[in-house]
Ligand binder design. Structure first.
Ligand code: ADP
Length: 474
């Protein structure tokens, strides 16, 4: 399954130049992928544009059948795909298998939704007018994906784009390209027409420059850092491309004093430590009401201390390595900054003995505004606990961020639940749950966390254009 070639115009290609890919658990090189640039990206865009009209013209049911075949093949090969994913990304094998199933669910879901890109008929403003709205595929899509979910982020873009009738050029993260290439191979086997789906790996800046500069590309779909999202938005502005951006988060996790504390701890563990804390919806800041602060801190510490750190392929491991040593250094910087400013370490606080990319699950208490850990996304296994007194304060603290992707809170009182749900500025709110990702719901952020939604019926709209027909009867 590990393909060391890119997929352009229906052919597996390379150019003799390479990028090495490593296993974050060991640092060992596991393979290499081509270091392509502008010219190959241009070829891929042209191939997608050539293949697109015939694909868009096919009945939606035919496109749906192919997408569903992709889902079925992914599930059939879930063990191999998960092994590949863990090898290049590091997460525990059980999580990798979960991610493959989650990724397959997008092909299944958007296969179903492909058939429901309904238009509209609107009562006209004058007796002779007939007004209709058609939906068309947006055009060639350039998709750029990150390393933290090498399968799911790819599927979340490919599935709606293909369902809508678009051609696609995908640039996966150079840190985790093999899962994306394996999915492309499966798509090819499932019957996606040659040329419609292309995968290029290589110099991110060069490929990004072609994707944003080429007028044939009508939409950029990006998941990654806010800094790169901002850059792509700027570059794409020259040809007014549509954009879907899933950017950084800084998710608050509020525990009110009427919460079921055991349930809150379970949710906190799921939200905080999944993928070793490397998801854009991971709880980043914990706000705990004064009356339950000590109890929650104690229970969270007990549960966190049970998490097992280690190589993702070992059985029973909960927390794998971070993606690279820079990521480890960032977590340490957040711990050190907070401790220097008065926070106390409840658990962990430093690297784990398993290797240079492992970090011990960490809890800090007495965390206060002004500490870096509350302002930046840590992207690692660190839970900072802040104490608050009343509801309005908690919501104000939660909203004190330029980001607004996911938020979580635990409470029982229905009035409190509604007020918090409505008051929190966030695209996603988990209420009495730490797990919010599903293909049936719209995933996306407000503020500087991004533009657009992925998954759900709204996710298809992001890949469709409206055309309004105004017919005047004689
Ligand atoms: P992260 O910090 O999660 O790695 P990035 O935003 O750096 O997030 O990376 C997400 C994706 O964006 C990756 O596929 C990366 O290669 C790509 N990327 C980074 N810089 C650029 C760029 N200048 N143009 C296009 N893509 C880029």
């Amino acid at each position: 399954m590990k393909r060391e070639q890119c997929f352009i115009a229906g052919e597996w290609v390379g150019n003799g130049e390479w990028i090495a890919v490593d296993n974050p658990a060991t640092g060992g090189i596991i393979g290499r992928v081509p270091a392509l640039g502008r010219e190959e990206s241009r070829r891929a865009i042209e191939a997608a544009a050539m293949a697109m009209p015939a694909w868009a013209a096919r009945p939606a049911g035919e496109r749906a059948a192919i997408l569903q075949r992709i889902a079925a093949l992914m599930l059939e090969r879930a063990d191999d795909l998960a092994a590949l994913l863990t090898e290049e990304q590091g997460k525990p094998l059980a999580e990798a298998k979960g991610e493959i199933a989650y990724a397959a669910s997008f092909f299944q879901w958007f296969g179903e939704e492909a058939k429901r890109a309904y238009g509209d008929i609107i009562p006209g403003p004058m007796p002779d007018r007939r007004i209709m709205v058609l939906k068309h595929p947006v055009g060639v899509v350039a998709a750029i994906t990150p390393w933290n979910f090498p399968a799911a982020m790819v599927a979340r873009k490919l599935a709606p784009a293909l369902a809508a009738g678009c051609g696609v050029v995908l640039k996966p993260s150079e840190l985790t390209p093999f899962t994306a290439l394996a999915i492309a191979q499966i798509a090819d086997e499932a019957g996606v027409p040659r040329g419609l789906l292309n995968v290029v790996t290589g110099d991110a800046r060069e490929i990004g420059a072609e994707m944003t500069g080429n007028p044939v590309v009508r939409k950029i779909s990006f998941t990654g850092s806010t800094a790169v999202g901002r850059l792509l938005m700027e570059l794409a502005s020259r040809s007014i491309k549509k954009l879907s951006l899933e950017l950084g988060g800084n998710a608050p996790f509020i525990v009110f004093d009427d919460a079921d504390l055991d349930a809150a701890v379970t949710g906190a563990i799921q939200s905080k430590y999944r993928n070793a804390g490397q998801t854009c919806v991971c709880a980043n800041r914990f706000y705990v009401q004064a009356g339950v602060y000590d109890a929650f801190a104690g229970k969270l510490a007990t549960a966190t201390a049970k998490l097992r750190v280690g190589e993702g392929t070992r059985t029973g491991v909960d927390i794998g390595p971070l993606i690279d040593e820079r990521a480890v250094a960032k977590v340490q910087r957040h711990v050190d900054d907070a401790v220097a400013k008065g926070a106390r370490i409840v658990l962990g606080g430093g690297p784990a003995p398993d290797g240079p990319r492992f970090f011990t699950p960490t809890i800090l208490r007495d965390v206060k505004p002004g500490m870096q850990v509350l302002e930046e996304e840590t992207f690692g296994p660190l839970a900072p606990l802040v104490k608050f007194d009343d509801d309005a304060e908690a919501i104000a603290l939660a909203n004190d961020s330029e980001f607004g992707l996911a938020a979580y809170f635990y409470a029982r009182d229905v009035n409190r639940i509604w007020r918090a749900a409505e008051g929190i500025e966030s695209g996603i709110v988990g209420i009495n749950t730490g797990l919010i990702s599903t293909e049936v719901a719209p995933f996306g952020g407000v503020k500087q966390s991004g533009i657009g939604r992925e998954g759900s019926r709204y996710g298809l709209d992001d890949y469709l254009e409206l055309k309004y027909l105004c017919l005047s009867l004689a």
